[in-house]
Ligand binder design. Structure first.
Ligand SMILES: Cc1cc2nc3c(=O)[nH]c(=O)nc-3n(C[C@H](O)[C@H](O)[C@H](O)COP(=O)(O)O)c2cc1C
Length: 191
């Protein structure tokens, strides 16, 4: 069984989403001791932004990395993603990764009946962190986007572990992290 762990926060050791993805991965490892974990830190080693040169496969190293990113995603049974809210959406490093995973004929295709996901059968667990509070609000372009993209790939099992209101006060931050870590425990029971 394979787990792909993705982080995208730019805040290093101060990152809440990094703390949460690490906790999720630890829980998954305790449930499945033989779990093979692959890790990509999109802040330290970002995927190149998708451009015309990417589509033309003009850069061999970029093309190779893009294929590696896609294959890692396809091979994973569980994908754990740290997704902070940046400017109401996801960090551009995470968007760049998504642009390499969304490949026609590999993760989705169009048919006479409309789009069809090709990457079903895996589970995605997202650590969603936000300075403000956005759940079910029109300001949220992060979680609905992530839900849509993975549904488009045919993935039905998408779980969110949320820590919101991080910027309100140190107490809000501590409470949100504690609550999110509790959710990680119950998520693991159901895995
Ligand atoms: C560049 C940047 C943009 C941000 N934009 C938003 C935003 O639009 N809305 C919000 O509620 N919080 C925003 N925040 C706050 C982060 O969502 C919050 O600090 C969260 O904890 C980030 O996750 P992390 O701790 O894993 O980095 C932003 C933070 C940064 C660094």
């Amino acid at each position: 069984m394979k787990l792909l762990h993705i982080d995208s926060s730019a805040l290093g050791d101060n990152s809440v989403s990094r703390e949460l993805t690490a906790a999720i991965v630890r829980q998954q490892q305790s449930l499945h001791p033989s779990l093979q974990v692959e890790y990509r830190d999109l802040d330290a080693t970002p995927v190149a932004h998708l451009t015309g040169r990417s589509l033309a496969k003009a850069d061999a190293a970029e093309t190779e990395d893009a294929e590696k990113v896609l294959q890692q995603f396809l091979d994973a049974d569980v994908v754990v993603i740290g997704a902070p809210m940046y400017n109401f959406s996801v960090p551009s490093t995470l968007k760049a990764w998504i642009d390499r995973v969304a490949v026609a004929g590999r993760t989705f295709r169009y048919t006479e009946n409309g789009p069809e996901g090709l990457a079903g059968g895996k589970k995605v667990i997202i650590a969603s962190t936000r300075g403000g509070i956005h759940t079910n609000a029109p300001t949220d372009f992060q979680e609905p986007f992530l839900r849509q993209i993975f549904a488009f790939f045919g993935i039905n099992e998408v779980e969110f572990i949320r820590a919101e209101g991080i910027a309100y006060s140190p107490q809000h931050r501590a409470d949100a992290i504690a609550q999110a870590l509790k959710s990680v425990e119950s998520l693991a029971q159901a895995a």
